[in-house]
Design a protein around this ligand. Structure first.
Ligand code: Q9C
Ligand code: ZN
Length: 344
């Protein structure tokens, strides 16, 4: 599953480590993966369908969806012309401590910091369309599995797992995996696991499902004591209410290698087996790669193939959705190896 509409999201810069840099999350990422899978010859490509906004608004605040649709244009009226739109003020709840909750402001600059939590996720002219296409890719992949395919892969760009119900960031706008898991759980009356193997903790997915018993969230990630997104991903976060026990986190030390990662993945798969889902959604980040420019784990292409094999061995119908991975030149081969392990 792949859509050229991802190209409409093409930030010029990201504000990171107190300076402007070339964005790590760039259109070539998807092009490298698409061409590696096409060259392999054993992958069948399917065009995405238009799923509309309803499945998105089932997991995201409609206010966030509306904001993302119009914010770039509104910002141009107020402050343009600018290619990228980045927040410069954040609606920290501490500012109104003891005074009750704030209301959404009306000024577009203030609303950027209401709906976004950091500075590395610019809006561009086509961001909303690209983010919608990424969800369409994810849902089309999910639909194939719902209709009997054992595996499908959604080449999602932009990624999704940092987007929470009411806030975007971390290169993510709509949470593709959460939209898919919620859609499958509701429409099939099914139990669904989201298994997140991206380097970064899937804070958005965890938040969306934290109190739900029908969707399990299991994540392996660089320990958030040292790694983005910092505030979630600890082992004592286990879910609440109906969701008590349906969240599992596996924080990993710097330079975790293939064998150690696979040991933790085996433990994560035990939690999935215990939940006994009807379907699994994998948030596939390839930023655990040893040569990733912004991460510190040490996986290799052989390790990725072994990971895919281990996930397949659980025996559940599986939708794999692309998340991060910034070693752009190797990204295609790494994705190909992971998927080859899954479905040899
Ligand atoms: N100094 C994904 O892999 N930048 N998102 C962190 C830390 C954001 C990664 C800055 C990294 C987001 C989908
Ligand atoms: Zn990541």
């Amino acid at each position: 599953m792949f859509s050229l509409r991802h190209q409409a999201h093409h930030p010029q810069r990201e504000f990171e480590s107190s300076g402007f840099q070339e964005p790590f999350e760039r259109p070539e990422r998807a092009e490298f993966i698409r061409s590696a899978l096409a060259a392999d010859g054993s992958f069948e490509f399917v065009a995405p369908e238009d799923w509309g906004v309803a499945p998105i608004e089932a997991v995201h605040d409609p206010g966030l969806v509306h904001f993302l649709e119009h914010a770039w244009e509104e910002y141009q009226q107020a402050h343009g012309p600018t290619h990228d739109v980045i927040p410069d003020v954040f609606a920290m709840p501490q500012l109104r401590e003891g005074m009750g909750a704030a209301r959404e402001p009306s000024d577009v600059s203030a609303r950027l910091g209401w709906w976004c939590f950091e500075t590395t996720t610019p809006l561009t002219h086509g961001t909303y369309d690209a983010a919608r296409s990424s969800v369409d890719v994810a849902l089309t992949a999910a639909d194939l599995v719902a209709n009997g395919e054992r595996f499908a892969y959604g080449l999602c760009r932009p990624p999704g797992h940092h987007a929470a119900r009411s806030v975007y960031g971390g290169y993510c706008f709509f949470n593709n995996a959460a939209v898919v898991a919620d859609h499958l759980a509701r429409t099939l009356d099914a139990k669904v696991t989201v298994l997140d193997v991206d380097y970064h903790h899937g804070n958005g997915t965890q938040q969306i499902f934290y109190s739900r018993g029908d969707v399990q969230f299991v994540s392996l990630h660089g320990d958030t004591e040292r790694a983005y997104p910092y505030l979630t991903g600890h082992v004592d976060e286990r879910g609440t209410g109906d969701g008590a026990g349906t969240t599992s986190n596996f924080p990993l030390a710097a330079h975790t290698d293939d064998d150690t990662f696979l040991d933790h993945l085996a433990a994560a798969c035990d939690d999935v087996d215990s939940f006994d889902p009807d379907l699994v959604v994998v948030s596939l980040g390839l930023d655990t790669y040893f040569d990733d420019p912004i991460c510190d784990l040490d996986l290799t292409a052989d390790g990725f193939e072994a990971c895919g094999r281990m996930v397949a061995q659980m025996g559940f119908p599986t939708v794999v959705l692309q998340e991060g991975g910034y070693a752009t030149a190797e990204l295609g081969e790494n994705a190909r190896r992971w998927l080859t392990g899954l479905a040899p």
